[in-house]
Design a protein around this ligand. Structure first.
Ligand SMILES: Cc1cc2nc3c(=O)[nH]c(=O)nc-3n(C[C@H](O)[C@H](O)[C@H](O)COP(=O)(O)OP(=O)(O)OC[C@H]3O[C@@H](n4cnc5c(N)ncnc54)[C@H](O)[C@@H]3O)c2cc1C
Length: 402
């Protein structure tokens, strides 16, 4: 039986960052994943993730993303890979009406307020100014735009791969293709049983993404899963959509919760303009039961409902599509906290569709907590806010219809 200071279960966005930072800080780490990250079975695949510095989801996130950008630049230096591309980030919203995103009302104005509060460079633009800068967009004329030059995208698979490689370089034992079956508390720590072995450690980090509801037990009954789809549509003039002249964008074009889509420039080595919408419907299946095949009709609906008439010279030909899972809490904020009954267990989860940009700094914070450090930066993500009278977390208030 192998032993360690800390075992990390799940080596996706959060777990790879935690394993790297724990190992770097001198902890003996065992990292375990049932797949071989980076992979396309969870929540961290699909080539790109938006990163914004001013965070409309809440001020508590801003220090995390700012620190993550620093960490990715440090890792880029060390690994000679490009992880973060600051092509600019544009948020578009109707001028009238408080447009919501990720459960937060007035998303654009909250983003701008966040930028003001943290001194993040940005501009507020009217539709004419946005259209002049980005002629690829067909605007209605009543939009307001928030533009952040330091925003852009991260390459999730590369980030995960780099952090796992660095974790190993710092001495972590990485076990992939090994599935955790159960974890239990012992007199002095935790014991983890997998389909191949048994391990013991002083502390446990649970970072199993969409599998958290199964692995964390009653503490996380509040989590729900959403099947989200990504689509890459053909551009008539691909050079018009490359990162030197096109930003990442979030475009809120109505007042309903699904009246928005977001997209990316075409990144080197890829084809097609990647876009996605966000469904608010919950899956009835577990993560293992996710329908991974994206039907042509889903891509067609994505194109007709969002892309058509908004992105110029983008064809309805879908070159590629993928399905991916959001793990969400009732308030769309994260859970990063000690397990309510097992203080040696850290829960790192529920990144509710906006977690990747913060993951590098979350890994660093987890390493600090595991060493007994202060966690004030994570105070907003405590599980207590979601716990009901019986000590079980609250179930989201929505019917599960998918
Ligand atoms: C379509 C989509 C678009 C998104 N867009 C953005 C964006 O633009 N910007 C942004 O910041 N965020 C975005 N997000 C959110 C972000 O990608 C996620 O918050 C983040 O990737 C979640 O990481 P994770 O580590 O929690 O999960 P994962 O990366 O999925 O990792 C969980 C790992 O746990 C492992 N595991 C599970 N069970 C076991 C077990 N029993 N034993 C061993 N290992 C196990 C899995 O194999 C997996 O590798 C998006 C998410 C999706 C799905």
């Amino acid at each position: 039986m192998s032993t360690a200071d800390v075992i990390v279960i799940g080596l996706g966005a959060m777990g790879s960052a935690a394993a790297f930072q724990l190992a770097k800080s001198g902890q003996r780490v065992i990292g375990i994943d049932r797949h071989a990250p980076p992979h396309d079975q969870g929540s961290s695949h699909g080539e790109t993730r938006i990163s914004r510095q001013a965070i409309g989801e809440g001020a508590a996130y801003v220090p995390l993303v700012l620190r993550s950008h620093e960490i990715w630049r440090e890792i880029e230096e060390e690994t000679r890979q490009s992880l973060l591309l600051t092509c600019g980030a544009l948020v578009l919203s109707p001028r009238q009406g408080a447009a919501a995103h990720h459960g937060k009302s007035d998303f654009l104005l909250q983003t701008a307020a966040s930028a003001e509060a943290f001194g993040i460079q940005h501009e507020l633009l009217d539709a004419a100014e946005v259209g002049a800068r980005y002629p690829q967009l067909r605007l209605r004329g009543d939009e307001i735009g928030y533009f952040e030059p330091g925003g852009g995208l991260v390459f999730p698979e590369r980030c995960i791969e780099a952090q796992i490689a660095l974790a190993k370089r710092h001495g972590a034992q990485i076990r992939t293709g090994e599935r955790v079956l159960e974890w239990t508390s012992t007199a002095h720590g935790v014991r983890v049983r997998t389909d191949l072995d048994v391990y013991e450690a002083d502390q446990l980090v649970l970072a199993a993404g969409a599998w958290m509801p199964g692995i964390a037990g009653p503490a996380l009954t509040c989590l729900a899963l959403q099947r989200q789809t990504l689509h890459w549509f053909e551009a008539e003039e691909p050079e018009q959509y490359q990162a030197d002249r096109f930003p990442v964008f979030i475009w809120i074009h109505g007042s309903g919760p699904e009246d928005l889509f977001y997209g990316f420039p075409i990144v080197p080595g890829s084809q097609g303009v990647k876009v996605a919408r966000e469904t608010t419907r919950f899956m009835s299946a577990t993560a293992d039961g996710l329908d991974r095949v994206v039907a042509e009709s889903e891509s067609q609906a994505m194109f007709d409902g969002h892309v058509a008439g908004r992105l110029k010279r983008v064809r309805s030909t879908c070159l590629r599509a993928a399905a991916c899972i959001y793990t969400v809490t009732p308030d769309n904020d994260f859970v990063i906290d000690r397990h309510p009954e097992q203080p040696r267990v850290l829960l790192v989860s529920a990144c509710s569709g906006h977690g990747f940009k913060h993951s590098a700094a979350i890994g660093e914070a987890i390493a600090q907590i595991a060493r007994g450090g202060q966690t004030s930066g994570l105070a907003s993500f405590g599980l207590g806010r979601l716990l009901g009278a019986g000590g079980q977390s609250q179930v989201p208030q929505q019917d599960r219809i998918q």
